[in-house]
Design a protein around this ligand. Structure first.
Ligand code: SF4
Ligand code: SF4
Ligand code: FES
Length: 223
């Protein structure tokens, strides 16, 4: 097994070549108590900072996705103390100025594009912040749909904007007030509330695990 040297908080460790940063850190003896979740690039929990050998550039990425390289210097991003506003989404009205009223700092955006460059989901972050400034809630929701709330954009923003909470607000506003409600969902919720499926659920809960797996494999999938 070929090994390489990486430096974690300044100390050298020998780790297998070709591993993700997360696996290399675990190989080196570190335990992820927080800062790890899905291990597949979807939960956004594992933001990390690194610098490659002989490079002046400080980079950020996801520890479960980026691969270690010889001479890499690493540090995990601790919990990101972002400004998150509290609100009752049902009481907020989806007016164009609502995002600015809760996150006025978005007006400080200088359109530098740093957020776009670091987003592991290739989201047009700057564009959705600009849409938020214009009050276009639907556009923000659409552009930010794949956000995994990793926080990397905020870690590089010179205007100290927490882009992902701005986007989350827009998606919640869109879901609660703008998106057309699905008629069949309303019917199904009413059926659940009236107990239409209670007996079926009880029968399923009594099933032995093997039979349950078999039922799952044979289930009908609507496309
Ligand atoms: S928009 Fe920001 S928080 Fe969301 S995935 Fe991209 S970098 Fe991460
Ligand atoms: S990093 Fe901040 S200032 Fe730069 S474009 Fe993104 S939101 Fe605007
Ligand atoms: S652990 Fe979930 S994105 Fe890395």
């Amino acid at each position: 097994m070929e090994e390489i040297s990486i430096f974690v908080m300044g100390k050298e460790y020998r780790v297998p070549k070709g591993q993700t940063i997360m696996k290399a850190l675990e190989y080196a003896g570190f335990f992820y108590i927080r800062g790890a979740g899905c291990r597949g690039g979807f939960c956004g929990a594992c933001g990390t900072v690194y610098r490659k050998k002989d490079s002046y550039r400080l980079k950020v990425g996801l520890a479960c996705q980026d691969i270690v390289e010889e001479g890499m210097y690493l540090a995990q991003i601790p919990f990101y103390p972002a400004n998150k506003k509290l609100y009752d989404i049902q009481k907020l009205s989806p007016r164009p100025e609502v995002i600015i009223s809760l996150y006025p700092e978005i007006l400080r955006c200088i359109s530098c594009g740093s957020c776009n460059k670091v987003c592991p989901q290739d989201i047009k972050v700057m564009e959705y912040i600009n849409a938020a400034i214009r009050g276009d809630i639907e556009k923000v929701a659409e552009l930010s749909f794949d956000c995994i709330l990793c926080g990397l954009c905020a870690s590089r923003c010179p205007a100290e904007i927490v882009q992902y909470y701005v986007a989350l607000l827009a998606r919640r506003l869109y879901g609660a007030h703008i998106q057309k409600k699905a008629g069949h969902l309303k019917v199904r919720l009413q059926e659940i509330a009236e107990g239409k499926f209670d007996k079926e659920i009880e029968d399923l809960m009594r099933l032995e695990v093997g039979l349950l797996k078999e039922r799952y494999q044979k289930r009908e999938i609507e496309v």
